[in-house]
Design a protein around this ligand. Sequence first.
Ligand code: NAP
Length: 247
Amino acid sequence: MKKKVFITGASSGIGEYLAYAYAEKEYIVGLAARREDRLASVLSKCKTLGGDGKSYPLDVLEAEALKAAIDDFISLPGDVDTIYANAGVGGSDKLSSGDSKAMNRVLKVNILGVTNTVLPFIPYLKSQNKGKIAVVSSVASFRGLAYHSAYSGSKAAVRNFCQGWDGALHKYNISVSAICPGFITSEMTDEVDVHQPFKLDTDVAVKKIIRAVERRKKVFIFPWQMRFLMVPVMKHAPDWIIRKFNM
Ligand SMILES: NC(=O)c1ccc[n+]([C@@H]2O[C@H](COP(=O)([O-])OP(=O)(O)OC[C@H]3O[C@@H](n4cnc5c(N)ncnc54)[C@H](OP(=O)(O)O)[C@@H]3O)[C@@H](O)[C@H]2O)c1
């Protein structure tokens, strides 16, 4: 029986490289994101790598369209092995704009986009009594970031969801992993003009992610420098130190 993986945010960056890595393992991939042309080219590369699958051009905020795509994906032959709620956006809070629009956009995509992706799969995963769910959070989830609190807050929220979901779904042999990357090469980090320590190439990062998800890690913080240095500092350093680094 073929295995299937569903990935949101598969048109670039981490999601794109996750798709290639699973295609090499001959999975059937379900790829979701808004940019139809990019998804089509990712899918066609997946086919050349040994995979097969389908692309679903959609916005993760369109819950009904996403549910219809998930139902279609479930109906394809094979078992659903893993789901990645990976789609996400960054962006400044625009704290002094007098308008909540910028923050709300980040909160919606990064939080509701995740629930819209994960929840429709749960009855199916329970019925097959197995499955792995991975949600891409961030090391940014460990401290409220000045100017980017919607981003850090949204990533903290979904990391917290993972803990709750894992507790509730454990008895159905369903694991839920919160993936907390540091800096990884992608369109998101290309756009940010700040020092990005310990940055990893995308293909290297996805290998680490897949290994952690297959081992059913509950929280995976990487690279190791982030796990042992940056996250402890972010969690425990006094505000005056954090302010100095503008984190
Ligand atoms: N790169 C890093 O250093 C880093 C670190 C920590 C966490 N992360 C997280 O990793 C995830 C992937 O980001 P990335 O770094 O790979 O950046 P990216 O290259 O910008 O990828 C983001 C993906 O999300 C999709 N997306 C955004 N809004 C969407 C929406 N409303 N509906 C459907 N798809 C949407 C984008 O596709 P379309 O534009 O085609 O819709 C794209 O495929 C994000 O959740 C990000 O927060 C990244």
